[in-house]
Design a binder for this molecule. Structure first.
Ligand code: SF4
Length: 87
């Protein structure tokens, strides 16, 4: 199993206010309109804290792990999607 962690942006949800760049300046830069650019999207181990802060601080829940199961041990995926399909 790969332990590579990558960020992705939901471009429909993103409002371009750039909160993520303030939380993760070593991972994210903003374009001229304030939308995030993830140079290659991968997150080195030493920048995992910044990535987590950017995800947690994003007001639109537009930033997430590309591989949720790997990045969160599967917990986030279950929290977000586990109840769908029940009942
Ligand atoms: S904080 Fe979230 S909504 Fe704001 S620019 Fe970054 S990804 Fe988009």
């Amino acid at each position: 199993m790969s332990d590579e962690h990558r960020l992705k942006v939901d471009w429909i949800a993103c409002n371009g206010y750039g909160v993520c760049e303030a939380a993760a300046p070593d991972l994210i830069v903003l374009d001229d309109w304030g939308y995030p650019i993830l140079p290659d999207g991968s997150v080195p181990r030493e920048l995992m804290g910044q990535a987590r802060k950017a995800i947690n601080d994003c007001p639109m829940v537009a930033l997430s792990w590309e591989n949720r199961a790997s990045a969160t041990g599967g917990r986030l995926g279950r929290l977000r999607f586990g109840r769908r399909g029940r009942g």
